[in-house]
Design a protein around this ligand. Structure first.
Ligand code: SF4
Length: 367
């Protein structure tokens, strides 16, 4: 056999302990979960709940809210009571907000005990309160806020510096017998981030929250996150993901779900197999693909739909899909499960595909 020296298709998943974020297991053999963070003022309860509802509808599984002020901490009970998603309170420096979050019924807290130790040594009390309520804690190390001590030691936010910081933060809780932890070591550079998580994965068995921090606007952030998460998840590293975008949080969830679907870590719902178009195209493929995507958005079952611009490669691809169209001469040949079921004028392609999709949905429901 020819040995191309390629790595195995998928390495086995890293063995990690499991924590529960509300009813969502993170780590162990739990599916990789998708999370995001609200952008509202947390103290604005209605706006925050509205955004959580949008995130829920988009498929988000865990939501994080920032708690920078007493007003935000005061809003936590009302939000936690109505949130459809387990909620993580994100807290810096203020131990009293941590206690408020635990009391409010938050499913987890993101706090770095190193920050708290500097100001007020309440780490033991936090550990006890969290343990009593079954609340896990995420240690979140970011390149931008790395401990000055470690910056000086390592010269900059190297993978080693990020991991040393995270493990030190963990040790502050471990001293109090608390190990319900998950960790992130985020960096804006995917290569540094990947190296940091690889090192961290070898150094402990805590579940890992993957993130490329400050990844940028939608396009750049999607690319950076997809590359970094793809590499790590393919190596079996990573238990929950947050895509950070300078874009509405619903976009983060869509990208996160898309990454997991592309890696085969989550069942795909709607997959549009559309051609890039070329000089042979006899239809505006971009517009047609967008219209088909919009018309079938939210389809409740896995569905692969081929949208092809001509009859050269079109019929072949369309046949491989659940549903497809190959365009030519102002018409669309509609395929269902590999068979041409009809040929319709170009103006009726989208509505015909939707009709056929609905028929597939009815069959699924009856099955
Ligand atoms: Fe070009 Fe036809 Fe292939 Fe689309 S399907 S890229 S139009 S050859």
């Amino acid at each position: 056999a020819v040995n191309l020296g390629l790595p195995p298709v998928r390495r086995s998943r890293r063995v990690s302990r499991q924590v529960m974020v509300g009813d969502v297991p993170v780590g162990g053999d739990a599916p990789v979960s998708v999370q995001s963070m609200t952008t509202t003022q947390t103290a604005d309860v209605n706006a925050t709940l509205q955004q959580i509802a949008e995130l829920t509808a988009a498929g988000c599984q865990i939501v994080r809210v920032a708690v920078p002020t007493q007003d935000d901490a005061d809003a936590l009970p009302a939000i936690a009571a109505k949130s459809q998603l387990p909620m993580i309170a994100d807290i810096h420096f203020q131990p009293r907000y941590v206690f408020a979050a635990i009391e409010a019924g938050c499913a987890a807290v993101r706090v770095n005990p190193g920050n708290i130790k500097k100001f007020d040594d309440k780490v033991g009390e936090i550990a006890r309160a969290a343990a009593d309520c079954g609340v896990p804690i995420r240690i979140g190390v970011n390149a931008g806020s790395l401990d000055p001590r470690l910056l000086e030691k390592h010269g900059k936010a190297t993978p080693e510096a990020l991991v040393e910081s995270a493990l030190w933060e963990c040790s502050l809780f471990e001293e109090h017998g608390f190990q319900e932890l998950k960790i992130s070591v985020k960096h804006h550079d995917p290569q540094v981030m990947v190296a940091a998580y690889r090192l961290l994965a070898r150094s402990c068995d805590y579940p890992l929250h993957l993130g490329v921090t400050e990844a940028g606007p939608l396009m750049q952030g999607t690319i950076k996150s997809a590359v970094a998460f793809g590499v790590l998840l393919d190596e079996g590293i990573g238990d929950t993901i947050r895509v950070s975008l300078s874009a509405p949080p619903v976009e983060e969830v869509k990208v996160g779900l898309g990454i997991l679907e592309s890696l085969g870590l989550r069942q795909r719902r709607l997959e549009i197999v559309s051609c890039p178009s070329c000089g042979r195209a006899q239809v505006d493929v971009y517009t047609l693909a967008d219209r088909v995507t919009a018309a079938l958005d939210g389809f409740p079952y896995p569905l692969r739909v081929a949208v092809m611009g001509c009859v050269v490669n079109g019929p072949g691809e369309a046949r491989e899909a659940d549903l497809g169209v190959a365009s030519g001469n102002g018409k669309g040949q509609i395929f269902v499960k590999g068979k041409v079921v009809k040929t319709v004028p170009e103006s009726q392609i989208v509505e015909t595909l939707v009709e056929e999709a609905m028929r597939i949905a009815e069959e699924q429901e009856a099955a």
